[in-house]
Design a protein around this ligand. Sequence first.
Ligand SMILES: Cc1ncc(COP(=O)(O)O)c(C=O)c1O
Length: 318
Amino acid sequence: MNPVLAFHRSLPGYAPTPVVALPGLARSLGIAHLYAKDESNRLGLPAFKALGASWAVHRALAGRPPSTVVTATDGNHGRAVARFARLSGHRAAIYVPPGVPAAAIRAIEDEGAAVTRVPGDYDAAVRAAAHAAAAPDAVLVQDTAWPGYEEVPGWIVDGYGTLFAELDEQLPSPPDLVIVPAGVGSLLQAALTHYRGRPAPARTAVVSVEPRAAACVLASVAAGHPVTVATGETALAGLNCGTVSSLAWPHIAAGLSAGTAVDDPEAFAAARLLRANGVDAGPCGAAPLAALLRPDFPLPLSPATSALLLVTEGAAAV
Ligand SMILES: Cc1ncc(COP(=O)(O)O)c(C=O)c1O
């Protein structure tokens, strides 16, 4: 069996997250099937990030004496790193930019982690974490890559692969379309790695969705190379990133079908719709539905289309 899936299956509390069919919403969109992969309870945490953090902490720290696991976060990743550091007997030092909700910071501290607030933006918090991780007993477990720092982020992407391995067993056939919320693009990389490994006729279209205030994937695709965007304020805190991961970029450049952006009110409206249909979604998790509901959704939909929303966080994440 795939070693990452075997590892996740060995963790206490592991269960595949549910796939929920949304026939009413599919009808109103004029498509055949709409599914939501509901990540509101992933290994006891309210976002998919636990998959990457658990595997990367395991790979990076197994056999090490008690160390300090360091990362920057806009919420979910830091909480997951803090959780798995604690469970494996390590300390955690988490760097957060402004804009991370107070409840998300408290949840990180409740895992026993030391939280440092960094002025500036998410990229500044990543730099602060990388600097702190130069200490002798520290290990950086960051969910974005840059030249010279790619091994650990690669493990994080491998960890996200479990979500797609589960989907293969849960859906009758691969969807025609999957919509992925993108911050630095590591989850997008995992989706592209998974669905681009298939023969061309069975190809799943992969579409990214970002907050309009932090659309670094869209800007990079438009430029034809990675560009850093100045990020603004958005309630989609987990997606408020200005730079695409260097590991994700080649996958995005070669394989992304289309990208789009949404505004916060659209994400909130989509979260309410999902809740009304029995799916617990925070604003990042609702962004894929918000994208699909936009009149300018970048790909054609047809009465035969089966679409999958990655609902990457529950409301408790924010
Ligand atoms: C809830 C949620 N969805 C999606 C993402 C996007 O993941 P990535 O940064 O790998 O693009 C994040 C990242 O923090 C997140 O917290």
